[in-house]
Design a protein around this ligand. Sequence first.
Ligand code: NAP
Length: 302
Amino acid sequence: MYDLIIAGSGPAGLAAGIYAKRAGLNAIVMERDGVSGGQVLSTYEVDNYPALPGISGMDLGSKMREHADRLGVEFVTENITGISDVDGFITVHGEGNEYFTNGVIIATGAHHAELGVKGEKEFQGMGVSYCATCDGAFFTGRDVAVVGGGDVAVEDAIFLARNCRKVYLIHRRDSLRAASSLQEALKKYDNVEYVWNSNVSEICGNDMVEYVNVVNKISGETRRIDLNGVFVAVGIIPNSESFKGIADMDEKGYLIAGEDCRCSTARIYAAGDVRTKQLRQIVTAVADGANAVTSFQADIIG
Ligand code: NAP
């Protein structure tokens, strides 16, 4: 019987683990595949986490895990399939085991969305990627496209522009939603071509990606862009599938909770990217981890 189970070991889960340990709670952090850090690990450079300008995502994720390890936070590797709550008795169901607890912080983060166009699935791993820092090196000296207009798309375009011959940034509108600091950083690369008001309609090739067809929303014209790789960065989807029914979610699957991280069910909390919130960043995720533990303590003490 645990005081608290923390589902997920990204920044929110690791911060929650650190706060729970320091509060003297009998808590575990459960992670799906034994790797901590979450989406941070595939971020090339983090430049908005206070006191650590320019740190790599891999280093930041590792530092957070080291911090938790140094305090003696206990980690369990097991995929969570669901949570049940019978008259206030909470059970976390894993693939092989069941865990009984007084409270759960769901900090399972989010994963990339797909474009949903012809050729995307067929060419995954054959030129279609969702992680520039993971796969970008394969495209050194070659031509690639990034699809999307958010922080991730612009970060990916910056990363790829350093080593690729040409980067097409294909966006469905005529302005980016990425932070202006990122937009400014991207402007420094003259091998980037912006393809505005355009949607990729098809990803094509034989064994590998060879070109994309892009439709301009205003003119209706289709343009063929020859390239070797397509990096899809069109947003994120919360990893909340396993928690359906345990607490209220919005129409996109985010667990509904405010800054105190309390969900609609008692002693169930949502922290980080899986929660409804204004700003999904590392700094807000770690704040959630701390707030969720604080709410749990207040709820237990009554
Ligand atoms: P995002 O901010 O939601 O941006 C998604 C982009 O993809 C938008 O430009 C959107 O277009 C476009 N898009 C969505 N669906 C599309 C479709 N079907 N076809 C074509 N384009 C489509 O997502 P994100 O960039 O993945 O970032 C996710 C979250 O992580 C954000 O909150 C972001 O701020 C955060 N983040 C933070 C950091 C950091 O702290 N350093 C770094 C990376 C990401 P519209 O603009 O037209 O909607």
